[in-house]
Design a protein around this ligand. Structure first.
Ligand code: TGC
Ligand code: FAD
Length: 390
């Protein structure tokens, strides 16, 4: 009934424009109506809710900040963040679909694609006619993508692509994939690989306890002939895929807060109603400690992502600032999910409540788009000037 209150302990809403609030309300209503009623079932079945694609496109969740001339919603970064927050309030897997489509597929084509590539792909990705995926991670190169072995050779009139990507969101359903591969000189480029190209397959990854309503798979390239017009001409080198990650990580910093807010709301409501020892459990100090710490962390993180969004709108957010926010939001969301689950006692382990699903989902979110450890090392490098990765 009163699902999804939005904690706003510090009046952060006063920092938002009318447009931001409208975008948030529209997204929240859509999530309540379309995602919440079905998502537990899809997660239990480990099925990808394809029926949400059209609605996600309609609310502008595919390319929120991509200009309207290419089919995007033409919104600012705070609107993008708020959309991700509201969608992840529903489920991290649905938010993943949007992060990949917007920041890892549309963004590189928009930022580094030719005019023809933009016209050919962006409107169809924005409308959900095409679903996209982003292939960076390989079986032996996760945190260290610079070591990738997927490669292509210049065959004169086309490129010949070989290799394999692993852990790829949307892969089994993807019509197009932005794939990062090395040329003969070992330099990384982005190639747009299309469903139906001979030698390109996308086997699904099963047996996940996390992000079960998101489809994950491999991208396998066995002598795939990629037309030369499908290479992204605007940027090469590892910085090209990493800059896309910046945009997706920014959205996740907001998104994970949505999951945290849903866990907090659920635990607060439950604690006020659940009677033990003749009083609501919300009256016990130990439960109040949990709730007080949750709302404190949510409030700190809300201010952090709002400020980050403002910097991003001004083109001033650094990669290291984005890493700090992604790491912080996911960490607090996971802690909040674990504490909230305990507050529900035995009921907390059931699918009658969203908390356990959020908790399991967040185990992927803390690992993908740069692990918790890697983001800490990025902050460490930023403040000391010394990279400790290798
Ligand atoms: P390093 O030598 O530091 O950097 C190589 C070049 O890249 C530049 N650079 C960046 N550029 C833009 N944005 C960033 N965030 C950047 N970070 C670095 C850097 O300046 C350099 O440029 P240049 O011109 O000097 O060549 O690279 P390294 O090999 O030492 O690696 C650094 C490290 C570990 C931080 C990086 O490899 C990293 O971030 N690793 C984590 C990998 C990762 O996040 N993978 C994510 C895969 S995609 C995914 O998970 C999608 S899940 C989606 C969903 O479902 O929502
Ligand atoms: P590893 O890199 O092997 O790391 C293992 C452990 O070692 C981690 O705890 C890590 O923090 C630690 N570690 C590694 N290096 C260091 C170091 N230098 N110092 C200290 N500790 C270190 N990738 C894509 O390209 N596209 C996608 O769409 C995509 N979607 C995903 C969806 C899901 C559900 C999951 C789980 C992953 C997805 N990924 C995707 C892959 C994801 O980005 C990687 O899993 C992640 O980058 C970590 O790589 P890895 O799994 O190989 O772990």
């Amino acid at each position: 009934s009163d699902l999804f209150e939005s904690p706003d302990y510090y009046g952060v809403d006063d920092l938002l424009s009318e447009e931001h609030k409208l975008v948030r309300a529209a997204t929240r209503d859509w999530v309540k109506k379309e995602v919440s009623p079905i998502i537990e079932d899809f997660a239990q079945k480990a099925a990808f809710p394809t029926q949400l694609i059209k609605g996600l496109a309609e609310i502008g969740a595919f390319g929120p900040y991509i200009p309207e001339e290419y089919g995007g919603a033409g919104l600012d970064q705070i609107s993008y963040g708020l959309m991700m927050q509201e969608i992840e309030r529903g489920d991290s897997g649905v938010r993943s679909t949007c992060s990949v489509q917007s920041s890892l597929v549309m963004y590189p084509i928009y930022a580094y694609g030719s005019e023809e590539q933009k016209r050919k792909f962006l409107p169809k990705l924005a409308s959900g006619e095409f679903l996209g995926s982003f292939g960076l991670t390989e079986p032996n190169f996760g945190s260290n993508p610079s070591g990738m072995i997927t490669n292509f050779k210049d065959m004169g009139d086309h490129y010949l692509l070989n290799g394999a990507k692993m852990w790829i969101s949307n892969a089994p359903y993807a019509d197009v994939a932005v794939v990062w591969a090395k040329d003969e000189a070992g330099r990384i480029h982005g190639l747009i690989v299309e469903r139906g190209m001979e030698g390109f397959t996308t086997p699904e990854t099963h047996n996940k306890w996390s992000l079960r309503a998101s489809a994950t798979g491999e991208l396998v390239f066995d002598n795939v002939k990629v037309p030369k017009e499908n290479i992204l001409p605007g940027r090469s080198g590892l910085g090209a895929p990493l800059s896309c990650l910046d945009s997706a990580r920014y959205g996740i910093a907001w998104g994970a807060l949505g999951a945290a807010m849903d866990c907090y709301d659920t635990a607060l409501r439950y604690a006020k109603e659940r009677i033990q020892f003749d009083r609501p459990i919300a009256g016990f100090q130990l439960q109040q400690k949990k709730l007080a710490e949750m709302i404190t962390e949510i409030t700190k993180a809300q201010l952090m992502v709002w400020r980050l969004g403002t910097l991003k709108n001004e083109g001033k957010a650094t990669s290291a600032q984005i890493s700090m926010a992604k790491r912080n939001s996911v960490e607090i969301a996971l802690k909040i999910a674990r504490e909230a689950r305990q507050m529900l006692g035995g009921m907390g382990i059931t699918g009658d409540y969203s908390i356990m699903r959020h908790m399991m989902n967040l185990e992927s979110v803390v690992t993908y788009e740069g692990t918790h450890d890697i983001h800490l090392l990025i902050t460490g490098m930023d403040v000391t000037g010394i990279p400790a990765f290798k």
